[in-house]
Structure formats: structure tokens, C-alpha cells
Design a protein around this ligand. Sequence first.
Ligand SMILES: Nc1ncnc2c1ncn2[C@@H]1O[C@H](COP(=O)(O)OP(=O)(O)O)[C@@H](O)[C@H]1O
Ligand SMILES: [Mg+2]
Length: 369
Amino acid sequence: MYYDDSVMAKADLLVSIVRAGASGDRAKLRSTVEALVADERARSHHGVAERLERALQSVAVTPPPLTTPPPGGGGGRDAILEVTPQQRLEELILPLPVRRSGEQLVEEHVRADVLRAHGMEPRHRVLLSGPPGNGKTSFAEGIAEALALPLFMVRYDSLVGSNLGETNTRLRALCEYVRTRPNVLFFDEFDAVGKERGDTHETGEIKRVVSFLLMQLDQMPSYVVVIAATNHAELLDRAVWRRFQMRLGFPSPDRQMITAYLERTMDRWPERPSATPADIADKLGPVSYAEALDFCQNVRRREILGLGETGIDAALEIELDLWSSRVNPGQQDAERSRKAVAPSRRRTQRRAPSRATVSGNEGDPALPL
Ligand SMILES: Nc1ncnc2c1ncn2[C@@H]1O[C@H](COP(=O)(O)OP(=O)(O)O)[C@@H](O)[C@H]1O
Ligand SMILES: [Mg+2]
């Protein structure tokens, strides 16, 4: 059965190559041969893969010649942190449309051969946006895990050279490297890249680097799943976000979602506290999943280090106390300006520990986390 499927898939690829060659569609020819190369590599047929790659180098492309090795050898790896994904998509609490889109993305890649047989490619450019700590990186990792692909995280520090020419060369090397096999290519804080377009200093050259990157992303073969994440989608200009075929929002979780998250986390604890997850969620106020996770781990640390002296309820109490007095710079600013505007508003806030000194979280859920 598997044998038949894979033979069919290969036959589809070969037919696509013939069609692309016959019609002179070089981009199609290139992407199909690249898919075939990846397939051969996956089967450890490195000799065949290399021969195909060499043959591919004779296919002229416009612009620039992507398969020419970068000067100084393929240093594309340097700007990539290669991660073996652990996070499972099913373990994340996601808004329904995001979950559905994730499942579709996985299906399109798992069954890419079926799409290709009909002349279509799986989607492979995804933009994730939302405040920090709500699962963007985890989602990218989850997609890689579901597809059994490595996660390639782009390291900007190694990508940006001392001058723009160098940056361009490295970018080229990176793109060269990532297309050698199927992977999930993750650009975190993508707004940092997109934003440079607006810089006045050396605008022309920077624009060229960004346009070059965007063009490279457009030309990535579909077996490279490009996922970009940003905390500030509004900073990206339309030209940038239009290139992404899927745009998914990771909003701050509401009380109910945090309750579900606490429920799930505390379920794995040896002992459950007597306070309900909903009570705890109320006391935490608006938080990201990452903050809720930190909180839970701290409770467990107290309990573990208490060596039986500190029960789970006492551990929870200690951490809730600390929580209510923790310092949160962003929130403090917001607090300050709110006090300046409406000093009495604090009294009307939702249930928060009365011993709060510098309250981290009793504010408006729309505040940045
Ligand atoms: N939607 C979610 N569901 C469950 N856990 C989450 C979720 N979002 C974040 N987490 C937890 O918080 C941690 C940090 O989240 P991360 O994916 O790095 O957020 P982001 O990339 O959006 O800043 C994750 O490792 C995970 O344990
Ligand atoms: Mg992240």
C-alpha cells in the first residue's frame, strides 16, 4: 500500500517535470525537481539526489541564479538554529480557526502528492501574530513535529553582517541551505525585518535586502514551510503580509482559556490544590499562557522544595502572594497613566487580592502583557 502510494507520488512528480519542461515553465520545473530531490534524500538516495541537483543547476532562472553556491562555500547553516521539535500541536490551547488551519496545513503537506497530481501545491507561507507567550513559537514547533520535519530557527545575529553586501550574501547562503531538504523555517519577530523598510538611513540598500528576502520566500519550494511570527502585525506593511497564504492570530487568552490551561496543568500534579482553576485564574488576572506556565511551575517548586512541609495549598498561597506584588514594567506604566487619568478606577477592578501593592494584573485585559 505504502509502496503503491509512493510510486504514484513519484510518477506524479515525473509527469509534472515533463509538463513543466515541455511548456518551458522553469519555475515549475525547478520546484518539482526540488521536491524530487527532497524525496530522494528522505529515502537516503543521496547519489540520485546529487545528480538531480547538478542537472538542476543547468536550468536557467530569472533572477538570481539560486543554485550557484555562495562565495566562500555554503555557510547558510550558520544563521540557523536547528531544533528537533518536541511540542505537540494537540497539546496547545488554540482558537478554533487556528487549530483548524494548523490541521489543514499538516494535511496539505502529508498529502502533497494528491495536490500535486492536480497541479496544486500545499500552502507553505504562514504568518502568526499576537502578543508574546501565547503559542506562536510552539505552533511552529508543533507543525514541524506533526510533519516530522526539523525546525530551522533563523538567527538574525548571525544573518546581519557588518555591511549590507555581507548580509545579502549570508541571506543567499541561508536560502540555499534551507532548500536542501524539507523543513519548517521559522522567522521569529519578523517585524524586525519588515520594519527596516521604513528606515531612512541607507533606505535604498536595506530595501533591496528586504525585497530580496521576500523574493526568496516567494520562491521557496513548497516543502519548505516558512512560518514567520510577529508581536506587531500592524508594523508589517501590506506588501509583506500579503505574501503569506495563511495569517493566524494568537490573541491573549481569556479567563476561560486560562482556566482550561490551569485545569490541564494541575491535572498532572501529584496533588491538586483545593482552590479551583477558575479561582486561580481570577486571581492571576489577564495573563499569557507563558506567564500562567511560569506561575504553575513556581508553585510546584515551592511544594517540592518544601519536602512535605509545604503542602500544595500553602505553596499556592505563597506564589499568589508574590504574584500580586510582582513588578511588571509595561503594566506599571499603564498603571501610572491610568492613575493620572482616573484615580478611583482601581476600586472597580475585578476581584484581586486586597494585599496587592504593585498589582501586575488587575487591569484592563486589553493592556499589553
Ligand atoms: N496556546 C497555548 N497553549 C498551551 N501552552 C501554551 C500556549 N501558548 C504558550 N504556551 C506555553 O508557553 C510557552 C511559551 O510560548 P511561546 O510559544 O514561546 O509563545 P510566543 O512564541 O507566542 O511568544 C510554551 O512553551 C508553552 O508551554
Ligand atoms: Mg516566540
